[in-house]
Design a protein around this ligand. Structure first.
Ligand SMILES: C[S@@+](CC[C@H](N)C(=O)[O-])C[C@H]1O[C@@H](n2cnc3c(N)ncnc32)[C@H](O)[C@@H]1O
Length: 165
């Protein structure tokens, strides 16, 4: 229950914004996947493959349950129990078209300071408190990314960013 039932505003913001996206045949990375609800939805919306990435072994168990309950096929996903910041080289990041990232702001910054995503077209980022809006805008502008959408629910901010491809 603690790892993403879909009811938390940060999760809802991503899910609601996912329905406008064409996932057909896309490779998706769900970073901080928790229960895996976002990645599972991506497959339901037509994604070809999802990499679920999560640091917490308890959440990994929950993610395994989600993929089973949703009938994801073996070739449609992998689950990585890693710290994305420390261990991102364990994943071939060049294959991904879209990234779903619902994680606290400090980790979002760490990820974008360290990880090199080559071919990603769009990042859907949530988990950021609304009062961090100006900080996050400055951060991504400085890094040369364009924020193409903002959305809000309660105290939370969602942003959609265009990749630098
Ligand atoms: C806010 S929850 C989001 C869960 C789910 N994606 C959702 O939207 O409901 C953030 C998740 O990111 C994970 N996380 C935090 N830091 C991480 C890191 N450095 N690498 C991988 N996962 C991380 C946490 O363990 C937690 O499960």
């Amino acid at each position: 229950m603690g790892f993403g039932t879909g009811h938390h505003p940060t999760t809802r913001l991503v899910m609601e914004n996912m329905v406008d996206i064409d996932f057909k045949d896309k490779n998706v990375i769900d970073i901080g996947c928790g229960s895996g609800i976002l990645g599972a939805l991506a497959v339901k919306l037509g994604a070809k493959y999802v990499a679920f990435v999560e640091i917490d072994p308890m959440a990994i168990e929950s993610c395994e349950e989600t993929v089973e309950l949703n009938g994801l096929k073996k070739n449609e996903y992998d689950i990585y129990n890693i710290d994305i910041v420390q261990d991102y080289k364990k994943i071939d990041l060049s294959i991904f078209d879209l990234a779903l990232i619902n994680i606290t702001y400090d980790v979002v910054e760490e990820i974008f300071n360290v990880v090199n995503f080559d071919n990603i077209s769009y990042y859907l980022i949530s988990g950021i408190l609304r009062n961090k809006k100006e900080d996050i805008k400055k951060f991504f502008n400085k890094k040369g990314y364009e924020i193409i959408k903002e959305d809000y629910l309660d105290d939370w901010l969602f942003i959609k960013i265009r990749g630098k491809i």
